[in-house]
Write a protein of this length. Structure first.
Length: 319
C-alpha cells in the first residue's frame, strides 16, 4: 500500500476577525474564518496537491461541524478526528490591523482538543503517512496533549518516518519559560527538520546567530535546521551545506499571522518532493510572502499553479 504524504495534529479554532480596525472590545461585527497552526499547514499542503491528514478532537457543536466541512472542502483527510459531546470546540477573536500584528483573544480552555492524550494516538493511521509535521503548540496546551505529542512522534520514529518540527512558541500557554525551553528542545531534537524563527532560536538556544542556532540542533542529531529571518528570508544548515535564501519583497503587509506556517508548508512540501534544500527554502519564503498579503491565517496559501506563477514572476519578472 502506498503511503500518503503528510499528517499533522493540533487544535483548530473558529476565528472571528473584526470587520474594521480598532480594539476588540469596541467591535460589533466579525467575519468567521478558521485558525490553528497545524490546520493552517494541512490546508497549505493540500492546496499544493499533497495528500494531507489532520488529527484532532472537536466538540459536538456547530463550530465542530463548520471545521469538519471546511477541511473536507480543502481535501484534507479528517478520518483521524474524533468528536466530544462534553467539551466545546475552541474559538478566538482577532482584530483587524492596517499593519503589524493583530490582537488575538483565545477561548480555548477545557476545549475538546485539549483532552487528547497519549491513549488517543492511532499508530496505524499516523504511519499511513510518510511524514509528520508538528508544532510546539499541542505540548503546551495540557499535560494530556503533551503526552499525545510524544506518543505521535514516537510512533512515526518507530517506523522510520520523517518528522519536521516548528517550535511555534506560545509562552502564555506554559507554566514557565524554563519548562517551555526544556520540552520544546527535547521534542525538536527528536525531529529531522527543525524550523525556528530567529527570535525563537534565541529563546531556545541563547543565541541570535542563525549559524549557532543551527549548530545547537545539528549537534543533537537533527539533519536540517532552517532559521526564519522574516523579510530577509531564511538561513539553512545541514551537516554538509549551509546558506541564506533571500526573502521576497512585499509591497503591503496585511496580516503576519500564518506566515510561519506558510513557510513550513513550502519547506516541507519541497523536501518531500525532492527539491534541493535551497529550493525548498525558497518555496517557503514564497508562501510566507503570499501569506502576509491576505487577512485570514491561510487565505493567501497558493495552489501549485499559483505558486509556480508567483515564483516565475518574482524570479524573472515574467508572468
Amino acid at each position: 500500500m502506498s503511503l500518503k504524504d503528510v499528517v499533522t495534529f493540533g487544535e483548530a479554532m473558529v476565528m472571528f476577525v473584526a470587520d474594521k480596525p480598532g480594539a476588540l472590545k469596541d467591535i460589533d461585527k466579525f467575519s468567521r474564518r478558521l485558525a490553528g497552526a497545524e490546520v493552517n499547514t494541512a490546508v497549505g499542503f493540500a492546496r499544493l496537491g499533497l495528500s494531507a491528514g489532520w488529527v484532532s478532537r472537536l466538540g459536538d457543536d456547530v463550530f465542530g461541524e463548520y471545521i469538519r466541512e471546511y477541511l473536507e472542502r480543502e481535501n484534507i483527510d479528517i478520518s483521524g478526528v474524533t468528536s466530544d459531546s462534553r467539551h466545546p470546540t475552541a474559538f478566538q477573536l482577532k482584530s483587524k490591523v492596517l499593519e503589524g500584528d493583530p490582537q488575538v483573544q483565545y477561548f480555548r480552555k477545557n476545549s475538546a482538543a485539549s483532552t487528547l492524550s497519549g491513549a488517543d494516538v492511532d499508530p496505524d493511521y499516523l504511519t499511513g503517512f510518510r511524514h509528520l509535521h508538528m508544532t510546539g503548540i499541542p505540548p503546551a496546551l495540557t499535560k494530556e496533549t503533551r503526552e499525545f505529542a510524544y506518543a505521535a512522534l514516537g510512533a512515526m520514529k518507530a517506523e522510520g518516518r520523517s518528522i519536521s518540527f516548528d517550535p511555534n512558541l506560545r509562552p502564555s500557554l506554559w507554566s514557565s519559560r524554563e519548562e517551555m525551553v526544556s520540552v520544546i528542545n527535547d521534542l525538536a531534537c527528536r525531529a529531522d527538520w527543525v524550523l525556528p524563527g530567529v527570535e525563537e532560536g534565541e529563546i531556545l538556544t541563547g543565541s541570535r546567530d542563525p549559524r549557532a542556532i543551527a549548530e545547537f540542533y545539528l549537534s543533537k542529531g537533527v539533519s536540517l535546521v532552517v532559521v526564519k529571518l522574516g523579510p530577509e528570508g531564511a538561513y539553512f544548515r545541514t551537516k554538509t551545506d549551509e546558506g541564506t535564501v533571500q526573502g521576497f519583497k512585499v509591497e503591503k503587509v496585511v496580516d503576519t499571522v500564518g506566515a510561519g506556517d506558510g513557510f513550513a508548508v513550502g519547506l516541507v512540501s519541497g523536501m518531500l518532493e525532492g527539491l534541493t534544500v535551497s529550493q525548498a527554502v525558497q518555496r517557503g519564503n514564497a508562501i510566507g510572502a503570499l501569506a502576509v498579503q491576505s487577512e485570514g491565517d491561510h487565505d493567501g496559501y497558493p495552489t501549485k499553479p499559483e505558486l509556480e506563477t508567483y515564483l516565475q514572476y518574482q524570479l524573472t519578472g515574467v508572468k
